[in-house]
Design a protein around this ligand. Structure first.
Ligand code: SAH
Ligand code: SF4
Ligand code: F3S
Length: 413
């Protein structure tokens, strides 16, 4: 029996899919291309309507195939989306209950206790390692507390063992993942966990996501500064630069507090690269409110911004708020931020010309013969090279740049 998994959503869902794959292979299934699969697993995401729309499109397409695959829907779904989609697929299963999924060919590997004890079949050149799941924050726009439930932290020793295993088998980049890693509550705190991971022998980089400004501690800042393997890169979602909107989003910090964190982080680690998430067009967001987000951009000069147009989701508190920003206006605000980012990065990237950088090699670029890697600060670098470098570090001499990244040449010494 051939299976194929299609993943929507964030890095954590990607990691969940790797565990699903590990579980299926224990049961004797073989991975195949989508069009050869007898059974297709859709690991879904309800975060925005666009992700659900794409899922609909995919199911429709799968059903057009001559030999129809069995379709299983699972993942990070709101009850309402689940109900709506259930008549279109063969099975709908709760991810965490994988050991009782009622499929006739699943017989092995049923003795484990939690989903996280499944050994993942890794699909990337980096190792994704979920350290916690769920969320207690209830930001007013967000589905995660409803799709994933309350916060749950994995035991530190399981995490350390998993990292050690990944590093031993050759992974040079490790991601510690959680919806909100600062509230990791294993036997030890998140900074302590990072310090322990940093002690694991080997030449590898540590990245982590996502941090919440609410409980961003000095302890964490010092840990980033002290620990050599932790990359100079921080993803710190702001969502809005306006205090009124932040309050209505139920994000318990102010723009002043956010700016202070950035200042402290940069004082401690001057070279750090900072990215963020922004939502434009939240209910009631006026031009004046939006300008405060623009203003924070101009102050911080993020290295990357993941900009989302607000999408109302049932069950969330914001769903009851009246939408005041039209789709066109959301698009316009998004575009303004995109342009600012482009301009700012074009200037920033120029400064890398002539420098030599250590780069982790990710994948083949869409441009023929070219390979894509990431710097420690998570900047894209493309270079001419061989697939053999995938998953390894290379030293590149930077000879070109654009708003979206750098161009490099392998330094042969
Ligand atoms: N835990 C992370 C974010 C997880 S969701 C945090 O606290 O920041 C990833 C991103 O999706 C969010 O940062 C937000 O920018 C975006 N997002 C979440 N819900 C959304 C919605 N209803 N509409 C638009 N964007 C949304
Ligand atoms: Fe969603 Fe907020 Fe939790 Fe992030 S912190 S997952 S945005 S509820
Ligand atoms: Fe989506 Fe769930 Fe991640 S809703 S963004 S897959 S936590």
């Amino acid at each position: 029996m051939n299976y194929h998994i299609i993943t929507y959503g964030c890095q954590m869902n990607r990691n969940d899919s790797e565990r699903i794959a590990g579980f299926l292979e224990k049961n004797g299934l073989k991975e195949s291309l989508e069009n050869k699969a007898d059974i297709i697993f859709l690991n879904a995401c309800s975060i925005r309507q666009s992700a659900i729309d794409r899922l609909y499109g995919k199911i429709k397409n799968l059903k057009k195939r001559n030999k129809k695959p069995i379709i299983v829907l699972t993942g990070c779904l709101l009850e309402k989306d689940k109900k709506k989609l259930s008549s279109l697929v063969d099975y709908v299963f709760t991810l965490e209950k994988i050991f009782s999924w009622n499929l006739p060919f699943l017989k092995e590997d049923k003795k484990r206790k939690t989903f996280y004890e499944i050994t993942p079949k890794r699909k990337n050149v980096f190792a994704l390692i979920s350290i916690m799941s769920g969320c207690n924050n209830f930001c007013s726009y967000c589905v995660v507390p409803y799709t994933k439930g309350r916060e749950f932290s994995r035991p530190a020793k399981d995490i350390l063992q998993e990292v050690e295993g990944a590093v031993k088998s050759g992974f040079k980049e490790v991601w510690l993942l959680g919806q909100n890693v600062n509230s990791y509550r294993g036997e030890i705190s998140f900074p302590k966990l990072l310090q322990e991971v940093n002690k694991i022998r080997g030449d590898f980089w540590i990245r982590f996501a996502t941090s919440h400004p609410k409980d961003f501690s000095n302890d964490l800042i010092n840990t980033i500064k002290k620990c050599k393997k932790i990359t100079n890169y921080l993803h710190l979602p702001l969502q809005s630069g306006d205090n009124e909107i932040l309050a209505r989003m139920n994000r318990p910090y102010t723009r002043e507090k956010y700016l202070k964190i950035i200042e402290d982080v940069r004082d401690a680690v001057p070279k750090i690269s900072i990215s963020t998430d922004i939502i434009v067009g939240f209910p009631g967001e006026t031009e004046k409110n939006f300008r405060n987000t623009v203003d924070i951009f101009n102050k911080v000069r993020f290295d990357m911004m993941y900009i989302a147009r607000y999408s109302p989701r049932v069950q969330t508190a914001a769903f009851k708020m009246k939408e005041t920003v039209s789709p066109d206006e959301k698009r316009r605000r998004e575009k303004i931020l995109e342009e600012l980012l482009k301009e700012s990065n074009y200037k920033k990237n120029k400064k890398f010309l002539g420098k030599e950088l250590k780069v982790f090699v990710l994948k083949e670029s869409r441009k023929k013969g070219m390979i894509l890697g990431k710097t420690e600060g998570y900047k894209n670098v493309i270079f001419r090279g061989s697939k053999k470098t995938l998953g390894n570090f290379v030293k590149l001499k930077i000879h070109g740049y654009s708003p979206w990244g750098l161009k490099g040449k392998i330094n042969r010494k």
